[in-house]
Design a protein around this ligand. Structure first.
Ligand code: LIP
Length: 265
């Protein structure tokens, strides 16, 4: 695979993330109330999730009709390709509905088992995070890197329960980690939380049961920013691994042992 090809895919992901972001921005700014389109009241889906997803999927299908797409609301479109686009058309729907600006569009491209492109766009913040395998991580065109903090006591951690509805483990993780660090917060968008690790705003993101569309772009972003991503057993990410630590690398081993001690107590 030639390098310039990843670049072409990244440019396309940027173009559609920005278009989807501007659609979301219109919805966010409008005064009309936003209803849940899902029959399951625990799963929040607005018309903006669906419109953003349609825009992104239509655009990918037009340009790369032979590729697979895994998207939050539509599921898996399997064309038996080595390429799979992983899409969250609106990550942080709860924030969006509550008029909290921490929401984003997240688009990643998987080639075989490797994430090769990642784009996260937070339209209200006007922050565009981009990455391509082997080429570094960028925020609005400026290179970013993970933080240099090595001391857990000086670490700022972001966290969420992903799709873990029982939240027992995330409550225990808060009890186990929070007393040891500067602060531990939930921002409400996994993509933004991982982007914060990549850009050095947080030392780590600890998450249980996260779905691939929430995290795929963020994983490559953190790795390309010099960080480390593993599951709670220290194993490399794959589509089936959902309990994850994304960190600056320096506090990773210690955080792994704290997480395991806390959950196995
Ligand atoms: C959300 C995540 C958020 C997590 C939620 C949910 P959605 O994604 O990004 O951080 O706590 O459980 O998965 O559903 O808004 O795309």
């Amino acid at each position: 695979m030639k390098e310039y090809e990843w670049n072409e895919y990244k440019d396309h992901a940027i173009e559609i993330a920005k278009k989807a972001g501007s659609l979301l921005l219109d919805g966010f700014s409008s005064t009309t109330s936003i209803s849940n389109q899902s029959s399951d009241p625990r799963h929040l889906v607005t018309r903006f999730d669906l419109e953003s997803e349609k825009l992104i999927i239509d655009s990918i299908r037009k340009k790369y009709p032979e590729h697979n797409i895994l998207s939050e609301e539509t599921g898996f479109i399997n064309n038996q390709s080595h390429y799979t686009w992983i899409v969250d058309p609106l990550d942080g729907t709860r924030n969006f509905v509550s008029k909290n600006p921490f929401f984003s569009v997240s688009i990643a491209l998987l080639y075989k088992r490797d994430i090769v492109v990642g784009v996260i766009y937070a339209p209200v913040l006007d922050e565009l995070y981009t990455t391509e395998k082997g080429k570094g991580a960028f925020l609005n065109g400026h290179r970013v890197s993970v933080s240099e903090v090595r001391d857990i006591k000086k670490s700022f951690i972001v966290s969420c329960e992903g799709s873990d509805k029982r939240i027992t483990r995330s409550v225990r993780l808060f009890q186990g980690i929070r007393p040891l660090v500067i602060d531990m917060r939930k921002l409400g968008s996994a993509a933004i939380e991982s982007a914060w690790v990549a850009s050095g705003r947080a030392e780590a993101y600890v998450v249980t049961k996260i779905n691939p569309w929430d995290i795929a772009a963020g994983i490559l972003l953190v790795e390309e920013a010099g960080g480390r991503v593993t599951d709670f057993r220290g194993k490399k990410w794959n589509l089936k691994r959902s309990d994850l630590i994304l960190s600056n690398g320096k506090i990773h081993e210690l955080l792994l042992s704290i997480v395991n001690r806390t959950l196995n107590e």
